[in-house]
Design a protein around this ligand. Structure first.
Ligand code: SF4
Length: 490
């Protein structure tokens, strides 16, 4: 705003300034109708908050001003949300087939880097070694500064073709954390900040009362609501054990560190965080930006650099995968730490084949619950009875519309029954009935049978409605009932 309107110093924006700003936000752009919505909402919330505070505390009144984002401007948010959800689901469908390859790729890269280090260490400083079909030269450091001949603290290889020095320890470290982060996201579906806050004490065990079996659990401390506990599959237990082994680095305990929370802008107490690494001379907990880079690198290494993978995508992939594997959505919501099921629904990309599969599974389950005798061929008598039901539905003024196997619930008072489908051919008969009813009504009035009067008036009103329905009706005829054939005959 200051860039476009130099000197502007008030929240009270002139109408043309506000309009110009909204236009710049792409609000009126028909090609990108949903761009800038989040900014519009943030600005509207900001203005309305100030106005609200000003009602309680006069200090805020100096800042209160008309909101440049009207309610009308925020119309279409539901459409916007649907658009975002559809885009996310499309992304999940794009990424899901790549996931097995991604998991294999990070594992392979880590193994490659670790073998690279082993071979470089086996070679003498300055000597050559072969790895991955290429010949490298282990870098020699000046003797006066080389206090690490085993290559434990620094180890470089020179690519003879390009002459570049490869920092093998750093490459291996990056490969290791990529592997650890991708696997943890894959098996837990946790948020990035939840991953970074996993500590050594978050790993617990539970002895099952029935079998006496001990199962590992992972305690997740979420951003706002109640903490949750996840079952740790063996693959994840292996990853976390490797992480622990690495950060202990031969020591008894995991180093306790403080973590800087960039959102709340506070330092945590000293805790044995698992996702920490050496940074120069000190240790630091991984940052969410570093994790984002690792995840993106993994996808780029797979040859899909055109796609963007975020830690939150793993959450969506986890939810979609869990639901399509048959886990009920309310359990998935618990695992993901969602308070409302609707939040989880946004995460689940449903595939058309899933709908079909679930519907078939539902039919199979329902079939199992129904008595098995309902799933045999009907006998000739049953088939005959079924047809007779339709024959017996013929009543004086038309057809009875009650369902098969159900008795008449209205004591055959068809004239007042909503289930009667009047037959236009019986209009004369109905006219006669109405004339007759009116005569009975007049007599009831004459003789003072007031109880009868009320009933007759209701019947006449129902009969007149049926008559009106008959005159509106177009007779399409009834489909012919096929001749009765014994079941199984063709
Ligand atoms: S009263 Fe209703 S349900 Fe009963 S036979 Fe007549 S139309 Fe059918």
């Amino acid at each position: 705003m200051e860039k476009h309107h130099p000197g502007i110093d008030s929240l009270h924006l002139p109408c043309d300034v506000a309009q110009a700003w909204k236009k710049r936000m792409g609000h009126d752009n028909p090609d990108r109708p949903y761009e800038g919505y989040s900014v519009l909402f943030a600005v509207r919330a900001f203005y309305l908050d100030i106005s609200q505070w000003a009602l309680h505390d006069a200090y805020w009144a100096q800042w209160a001003a008309p909101c440049p984002v009207s309610l009308q401007d925020t119309k279409g948010v539901a459409k916007h949300r649907k658009h975002v959800t559809a885009r996310m689901h499309q992304k999940v469908r794009q990424l899901a087939p790549l996931l097995p390859q991604l998991m294999a790729s990070v594992e392979e890269r880590l193994r490659f880097q670790q073998e690279f280090i082993d071979r470089a260490r086996a070679a003498a400083p300055g000597g050559e070694f072969v790895h991955g079909g290429r010949t490298y030269q282990r870098r020699r450091y000046p003797a006066v500064r080389d206090h690490d001949p085993a290559g434990l603290r620094r180890l470089h290889a020179t690519d003879p073709d390009t002459g570049t020095h490869i920092d093998l320890l750093r490459a291996e470290e990056r490969g290791f954390w990529t592997w650890a982060v991708v696997n943890t996201f894959f098996y837990t579906g946790v948020r990035v900040e939840e991953l970074l806050e996993i500590t050594q004490t978050a790993l617990t065990t539970l002895r099952l009362p029935d079998s006496g079996e001990t199962v590992p659990l992972l305690q997740i401390v979420p951003k706002a609501d109640a903490e949750r506990v996840l079952l740790v599959p063996p693959e994840l237990a292996h990853v976390l054990a490797k992480v622990k082994q690495r950060i202990r680095d031969g020591h008894e305990t995991v180093p306790a560190l403080q973590r800087w929370d960039p959102h709340d802008r506070v330092l945590s107490p000293r805790l044995p965080f698992l996702f920490q690494r050496r940074h120069g001379l000190e240790r630091r907990v991984l940052t969410d930006k570093y994790v984002q880079r690792l995840v993106n690198d993994a996808l780029t290494a797979l040859g899909h650099g055109e796609l963007k993978l975020t830690p939150h995508d793993f959450r969506r992939l986890f939810a979609s995968e869990a639901v399509s594997s048959g886990l009920p959505p309310h359990i998935v919501a618990k695992i993901l730490g969602h308070e409302h099921l609707s939040t989880t629904e946004h995460y689940m990309a449903v595939y058309p084949e899933d709908v079909l599969r679930h519907y078939r599974a539902f039919l199979a389950r329902r079939r199992q619950l129904r008595p098995s005798e309902e799933y045999r061929d009907p006998t000739t008598e049953e088939w005959e009875e079924f047809h007779q039901h339709f024959v017996k539905r013929k009543v004086e003024l038309g057809t009875c519309g009650r369902g098969y196997g159900t008795p008449c619930a209205h004591e055959h008072a068809c004239l007042r029954c909503p289930l009667l489908q009047p037959d236009p051919a019986q209009k004369r008969r109905l006219d006669e009935i109405i004339v007759n009813l009116r005569e009975r009504l007049a007599e009831a009035h004459e003789r003072g049978w007031l109880g009868e009067v009320e009933g007759l008036e209701i019947t006449i009103a129902a009969a007149e409605r049926k008559l009106a329905g008959m005159t509106r009706q177009i007779n399409l005829g009834m489909p012919a009932i096929p001749p009765v054939r014994p079941p199984g005959s063709s």
